[in-house]
Write a protein that binds this ligand. Structure first.
Ligand code: GLP
Length: 260
């Protein structure tokens, strides 16, 4: 794992966006794995800014999002389809047909999940996968106890995750219980992973991911087995790392400067 610790969340978010843009500049027909959540909002803002400055174009890129809630139509204000459209897709030059999210309204969700996995393969696999992390160490919606060999499938969300995501819904009862998510093995197949975590609330999950045992109890710890995983943190998210001084010695101030 390459662990880059920035002073501020803003610096970590900007670095994440620039790395994504750099990957697309190097390989314009990149297949990108994308993530949602509050952490990603400013990453997408920065990507849109880079696009507006003509420093990156997505016209040849393809995207696959990690997950989508079951039971929310694409047009629902809290669906991940809506999140991605509003945060990124409508602001950039990516063709709509090149953007993919699981179908949360499919009449056969298990089949929709298998079809999604097949579509990723058919596109040649994911070049760069963007990831956030849940307070309980989940990636995508792979909750603790998810098989580290899992593929895209239906998952039941923990109460903890539903409470964390309740802020987007009118009430806890309206917060979906099920989602279709890429599996951990699906994520591990990506040629490169970029995980961004910011804020003190993520510090325990980050420490378990990087320094804990590899365990289904902390799904993100599977990244310890990935050969090209970069973890971008702000100072608060890094605050529980026992070997922080070593990571900062290897990459002072998260410095691993990206040129666009
Ligand atoms: C959701 C998403 C994850 C995301 C996580 C953290 O559950 N499925 O992909 O990483 O929440 O979200 P936030 O960035 O809002 O803390």
């Amino acid at each position: 794992m390459k662990i880059l610790i920035h002073d501020t969340a803003e610096a970590a978010e900007k670095d994440t966006a620039r790395r994504l843009a750099q990957a697309v500049n190097k390989k314009p027909d990149s297949v990108l794995g994308l993530a949602t959540g509050g952490t990603m909002t400013r990453v997408y803002e920065e990507l849109v800014a880079l696009y507006n400055q003509k420093r990156v174009s997505f016209s040849e890129a393809t995207t696959f999002n990690l997950d989508e809630y079951i039971g929310l139509p694409a047009e629902h204000p809290c669906s991940y389809h809506t999140y991605m459209r509003e945060a990124l897709f409508k602001h950039i030059d990516i063709p709509e047909a090149a953007t993919h999210l699981p179908d949360g309204m499919a009449s056969h969700p298990d089949q929709a999940a298998a079809d999604y996995e097949a579509a990723i393969h058919a596109a040649g696999g994911i070049d760069l996968q963007l990831l956030g992390i849940g307070h309980n160490g989940h990636i995508g919606f792979n909750e603790p106890s998810s098989s580290l060999q899992s593929r895209t499938r239906v998952k039941t969300l923990t109460e903890d995750t539903r409470r964390a995501n309740q802020r987007y819904f009118a009430s806890f009862d309206e917060t979906p219980i099920y989602a279709i998510t890429m599996g951990i093995a699906t994520i591990m197949d990506a040629r490169e992973c970029l995980l961004l975590a910011t804020g003190a609330g993520k510090a325990d999950a980050v420490a378990a991911m990087i320094e804990g045992p590899m365990s289904a109890n902390c799904p993100a710890s599977a990244l310890q087995m990935h050969q090209t995983a970069t973890i971008l943190l702000d100072s608060e998210a890094a605050s529980r790392l026992a070997n922080r001084a070593y990571y900062e010695y290897v990459h002072p101030k998260g410095d691993d400067s990206v040129q666009l």
